[in-house]
Design a protein around this ligand. Structure first.
Ligand code: ZN
Length: 521
């Protein structure tokens, strides 16, 4: 809103209110009119107009590529910086937001969490809320109590028989007497967790008294059921033997496209097939020694209780047949779970046992070291084999060294007596300890690539009176794998196992093992 120059000078016309007052005051006090408010306001308005026109006409956003260094250019630069500063001023703050404090878990809260956990309760834990009756609970008169209560308690990990009974509501005296009785027959600590214990509680002798224990019964072992019954003045133990058929389970079939699938299809338990493959792998190469038309023959320890439960034991025999002729017949023998090939039995074997199933990749002699780069004596023989392949003692021996051997990695040295020794290097894992006795063919470790090694292999050395000699140039006799004394028993067991008819384990229940001397778990 601007006022014309005349209006300002006459103080009349279209001038706004403020100026009219000013005009009025100018009339009454003319002295002030020249240096008074009206000229100042006019001057201000003039200045405002002047700058508004000027600023409005100004080009605030010139092309900064033109007239570089001119006033216009600097104004453009100023605009740029000004707008940039403005934009930066609105930059949001990325500092972390304050989170609400985590819930404080003190001892009381932890107890509460534990009380509300369901699993321990399911296993008969002592946790959980127990609320006693308050004053608001009024006893119901003349309601007959149940005469007996039958319940099931669960024996849990690290439990005690006494505690299980007390948890189920058995009085301390009865629980102690019964658990003592049970402990005289079996070791309750050996009960598998999850064992169900059936408990019968009898009638109370009086109000407020604990119910007396009438009977307890549970499966103590695969072939034994234990019962405890109250009789005049005490408890009697009633063991009940469950008939168990221990006929080994024999499964035969054609290998076909895959051994695992064929054996599963024939009904072999998974753990039996795994053991079978492991044993075969230790004695022959699974890749080349088995063909689709071959027959697999698996015999595992097996138990079947009259009550219906079954239990698969250890692999007893692993066989492969081709065109009706045995290609491998491996029998578990001895306490350490080793398998021995039946076909070679009886003949005294001579020469070195191969320390590993594999091929020689580097001979004894001078060669260029793959890591150190210079030519030097290779004082042993290298066998290429997959990592984890078992390494066997080449003869009966005492373990002279087993541990870290620097560039040899995990290293085992065997003393075979008579000045002979052998060394095994780069193992992934050592399976013997220093000073122990090992037999020929016993697994002493596993192929690896520890120490100065470019890949999984066995570096094998032979010592004659401490000096390294070519392992392949020496032949020395090793004792037969199965002791001559045990050979007859070994053959008898083999014959007995091979007489087992496939599927016989599922036949009518026989309570004694048909295989003499067979001890299955
Ligand atoms: Zn080597």
């Amino acid at each position: 809103m601007f006022i014309s120059r005349e209006a300002l000078e006459t103080g009349v016309g279209t001038a706004p209110l403020g100026l009219r007052i000013a005009a009025g005051s100018a009339r009454s006090a003319p002295i002030h009119s020249a240096s008074g408010i009206a000229p100042l306001a006019a001057r201000l308005a003039q200045l405002r107009q002047h700058w508004e026109l000027r600023l409005g006409r100004l080009d605030w956003t010139p092309d900064l590529a033109e007239d570089i260094g001119s006033a216009r250019w600097f104004r453009g630069l100023g605009t740029l910086f000004g707008l940039s500063a403005l934009a930066l001023a609105f930059l949001p703050d990325f500092s972390a937001m304050a989170a609400p404090p985590a819930m404080p878990v003190d001892a009381a809260a932890r107890d509460e969490f534990r009380n509300q956990a369901i699993q321990p309760l399911a296993f008969g834990a002592e946790s959980g809320h127990r609320m006693g009756p308050t004053d608001r609970v009024s006893p119901v008169a003349n309601v007959p109590e149940r005469a007996i209560i039958q319940l099931t308690a669960i024996y849990t990990q690290g439990d005690s028989f006494d505690r299980v009974l007390q948890r189920a509501g058995v009085g301390a005296g009865d629980a102690a007497r019964v658990s003592n009785l049970v402990a005289g027959s079996i070791d309750p600590a050996g009960l598998p967790p999850g064992t169900q214990i059936d408990i019968t509680l009898g009638k109370r002798s009086g109000p407020g008294q604990p119910r007396p224990l009438d009977a307890v019964s549970f499966r103590a072992r695969f072939d034994l059921k234990l019962g405890v019954q109250r009789s005049a003045g005490g408890f009697v133990l009633r063991p009940e033997t469950i008939p168990v058929n221990a006929m080994p389970l024999r499964i035969r079939g054609t290998i076909g496209a895959g051994l695992y699938r064929s054996a599963r299809a024939a009904g072999a338990p998974i753990e039996a097939i795994q053991q079978y493959l492991q044993v075969l792998d230790q004695h022959l190469s699974l890749d080349t020694a088995i063909e689709p038309g071959d027959t697999f023959d698996i015999i595992v320890g097996f138990k079947r209780a009259a009550t219906g439960e079954t239990k698969v034991g250890e692999l007893l025999f692993a066989g492969v047949e081709r065109n009706g002729k045995p290609k491998a017949q491996l029998l578990r023998w001895g306490g350490d779970g080793q398998f021995f090939e039946a076909s070679g039995m009886g003949a005294q074997r001579s020469g070195l046992i191969m320390p590993v199933v594999g091929r020689i990749t580097s001979d004894f002699g001078a060669r260029r070291h793959p890591i150190l780069g210079y030519t030097r004596m290779h004082a042993g023989v290298d066998f290429g084999a997959p990592a984890g392949s078992p390494i066997y003692a080449v003869g009966d021996a005492t373990v002279a060294f087993a541990g870290w051997g620097g560039g040899h990695g995990n290293h085992v040295k065997l003393d075979h007596g008579g000045g002979w020794g052998t060394g095994y290097s780069h193992m992934s894992r050592i399976a013997v300890s220093p000073g122990s006795r090992v037999r020929a063919g016993q697994v002493i470790g596993y192929v690896g690539s520890t120490g100065l090694s470019t890949g999984p292999h066995l570096h094998y050395e032979l010592y004659r009176n401490g000096a390294k000699v070519n392992p392949m140039s020496v032949r020395f006799t090793v004792s037969n794998q199965v002791d001559a004394k045990e050979l007859a028993a070994f053959k008898a067991k083999m014959a007995a196992l091979k007489a087992v008819v496939p599927g016989a384990a599922m036949g009518p229940l026989a309570t004694t093992s048909p295989v003499a001397g067979l001890s299955t778990p």
